[in-house]
Write a protein that binds this ligand. Sequence first.
Ligand code: IMP
Length: 172
Amino acid sequence: MRVSEQPLITAEAIAARVEELGRELTVRYTGKRPLLLAVLKGASLFVADLARSLPMELELDFVQARSYAGTRSTGSVALSRAEDLEVTARHVIVVEDIVDTGRTVEALLERLRGLDPASLALCALLDKPSRRVVPVQPDYTGFSIDDHFVVGYGLDCDGLHRNLPAIHVMEQ
Ligand code: IMP
């Protein structure tokens, strides 16, 4: 497989959309000191930009979730650092790179619901609604895309391509 030459979503389009998401979140969360909880490793670049588009007091934390091997979803989800999360009575915004089958983020949301946050929202850079197995819907979505396996801006294929500034499709 190789990385498409042309980006599916350019770095400029990503930057513009992240600014818009920042404005939407600012309307809802100013004064609430939200906790941005980013899912490692894929959301690391997205949350770095998103956090800087939010002109308010906030906290930033990370959780790791694993469900993919190569380009295939494994169906089971392992969370690490979940027991350290201090989310009770906090306004939590889960920041994900992509919602595909929905299994990963639903496992995380389920765990967080059990910890009694004041509110819980999901902000995903990318959404692949046609692939959904678990009925989960992001509250904030950067871009809705067709069923492609994509890399770049934090997203990987077997550990590679996270550093690409734009989103590209993996082609056969
Ligand atoms: P889900 O559990 O099937 O929703 O998968 C979510 C996780 O799988 C994401 O957080 C990504 O880490 C990974 N993933 C899903 N689709 C893609 C993709 O197109 N490119 C890279 N990673 C992906």
